[in-house]
Write a protein that binds this ligand. Structure first.
Ligand code: HEM
Length: 521
């Protein structure tokens, strides 16, 4: 059939008309959306936008895709630090979003009833259950949050947290035993720390043995499943409308549903088993009988309690490999406090070891496990708020960029990017790693700017417990082993491979451990 037949033959006149109408309708729709996009882009870049006076990258001002891309790529911590170095202490990182790198922003953003959690942790949280049940860390209403936080506070009280002491000691022992089996040969420390972190959390929260350390592997796929889910949810949090689209594609939701399922399974098993010990779940269930709420809280407990401490232990070992002189000083302090190889488990002695605590602080300063901003939001519908000297309109998501603040030379100097535990000690004179001697007035260590556990009433609920755990495990590691990097391993890869997906995901940390007893003989 010739082309002109479409017009000559009345029987096929209708399809030709439909085709052109469809084409016209599509073109109208596309140009309509293109116009909307163009006008939105122009408005976002224009001087009429409420955040117009704040500097930032053009791509960030244009679209949330920018932050989603950084989250997916895992380098938001270094990129946003670079932006602060380029643009200053406040940066417009999203079309309607600001990042701060100043200590006087902590109080207005995070203090008591200042600002509720922001949309990335609330509206767009992929850990929210189908029925709307939310984990503690995604609650916007201050009084609801305070009520839900009570069981955590009760579990972590000085009296009740004594119940967790045997778990800390037992799991630290198991970790030492397993590491001892690999002495003298290259071992991926990061792998073992993760297994330890999840085994510890299994006991702490669910009174259950995961047996990962004994098996030497992630035997149920839990670690892999959660890390995969965290990776995708950190990205989706910025572009939540993409979730239903992703779910229709073969890649699915990228793991956040699997993450939920794995956690639900653990919580349900704990429910069925009943309470035989005062684990954290015991306190959670005593105040909430809502099943979905407990499921949501269970996943938070796993993520909060396992990855954070495991990653901190990895960072600590990394810094010890980079700075063997610090490892030697720390070992001397541990040996003096726990002579004849006494097990370093006495909390009060550990809490009073200045160099140990300086090394832990310095590790958490340079590489906090939660690297990038914990979002809050200036009250929607309010007139706005002052953050330091800056006025921020109501409804704007804001955060402190912890990775930048911890390396801000106004708060930590000299050598803000260097692992130098001495900065945390009280001295009249300080000797820098270069040998240069400085008076105390020349050293700035602003403890108020040190917030690895965040700040205010919604800060980390497990801070005290995590501090005890870190002291026990780190002093045991230092007492038992000398750590060197494995021959073929490029130590610079450790920081290069860190991925900022709300919690930090890591690459391998290849080391050789040798026993101190063997070295000393
Ligand atoms: C080195 C170890 C740890 C670090 C650095 C850390 C850090 C953090 C941070 C930065 C937050 C977010 C707070 C905010 O949004 O302002 C948080 C929340 C939380 N953490 Fe930790 N954490 C650690 C270990 C733990 C442990 C062992 C537990 C206990 C299971 C725990 C339980 C929680 C809970 C329940 C929340 C939510 C608090 C809320 O929203 O009210 N964390 N943590």
């Amino acid at each position: 059939m010739e082309a002109h037949d479409y017009y000559a033959n009345p029987r096929i006149l209708i399809p030709a008309t439909s085709f052109f109408s469809l084409l016209r309708a599509t073109a109208t729709l596309v140009s309509h959306w293109a116009l909307i996009l163009v006008f939105t882009a122009l408005y976002r870049l224009s001087p009429f936008h409420p955040l117009a006076k704040y500097p930032g990258p053009v791509l960030g001002k244009l679209s949330k895709f920018y932050l989603a891309y950084l989250a997916g790529h895992g380098d938001a911590h270094t990129v946003i630090r670079g932006l602060h170095q380029q643009y200053g202490d406040v940066v417009r990182v999203g079309p309607n979003e600001l990042s701060f790198n100043r200590v006087d922003a902590l109080q207005p953003i995070y203090a008591m009833k200042s600002m509720p959690k922001g949309p990335c942790t609330t509206d767009y949280n992929s850990r929210v259950h189908e029925d709307g049940s939310r984990p503690l860390d995604s609650l916007q209403d201050f009084s609801v949050h305070a009520a839900r936080r009570k069981p955590w506070t009760k579990a972590m009280s000085p009296v009740n947290s004594k119940n967790f002491d045997p778990i800390i000691v037992q799991k630290a022992r198991e970790l030492m035993e397993e590491l001892a089996k690999h002495q003298g040969q290259p071992v991926n420390i990061a792998h073992w720390m993760m297994l330890y972190g999840y085994d510890f959390m299994g006991h702490l929260v669910f009174g259950r043995e995961f047996g990962m350390l004994k098996a030497g592997k992630d035997n149920s796929g839990l670690i892999h499943g959660l890390e995969h889910g965290l990776y995708s949810s950190s990205m989706i949090a910025h572009i939540p409308w993409s979730l239903p689209i992703l779910q229709c594609l073969p890649i699915g939701d990228g793991g956040s549903v699997t993450m939920q399922r794995l956690a639900n399974d653990i919580v349900r098993k704990r429910q069925d088993a009943g309470s035989h010990a005062k684990d954290i779940y015991y306190y959670l269930v005593s105040t909430s009988s809502a099943c979905q709420e407990l499921l949501a809280e269970g996943l938070l407990a796993i993520i909060a309690g396992a990855d954070t401490t495991a990653v901190t232990l990895c960072h600590f070992m990394y810094f010890m490999m980079r700075h063997p002189e610090c490892a030697d000083s720390l070992r001397r302090e541990v040996d003096a406090a726990f002579p004849h190889g006494d097990e370093p488990t006495d909390h009060s002695r550990l809490a009073n070891m200045p160099y140990l605590n300086a090394c832990i602080n310095e590790t958490l300063r340079l590489l906090p496990p939660v690297l990038t901003g914990l979002q809050r939001e200036v009250q929607r519908g309010s007139d706005g708020a002052m953050i330091g000297p800056y006025f921020v309109p109501g409804g704007t998501p804001v955060s402190i960029h912890v990775y930048s603040l911890h390396r801000n030379p106004e708060e930590f100097s000299p050598l803000p990017d260097t692992f130098w535990p001495e900065r945390w000690l009280t001295r009249n004179e300080y000797t820098l790693p270069t040998g240069e001697v400085l008076s105390k007035d020349q050293v700035v260590t602003n403890r108020a700017a040190f917030v690895p556990f965040s700040f205010g009433p919604q800060n980390c609920a497990g801070k005290a417990l995590a501090s005890v755990e870190l002291r026990v495990v780190i002093s045991a590691l230092v007492q038992k082993f000398e750590v060197r990097k494995a021959k073929e391993y490029d130590i610079d890869d450790w920081e290069k491979n860190l991925r900022d997906h709300y919690v930090t995901l890591t690459g391998p940390l290849q080391a050789v451990l040798t026993s101190h007893e063997l070295n000393d003989s």
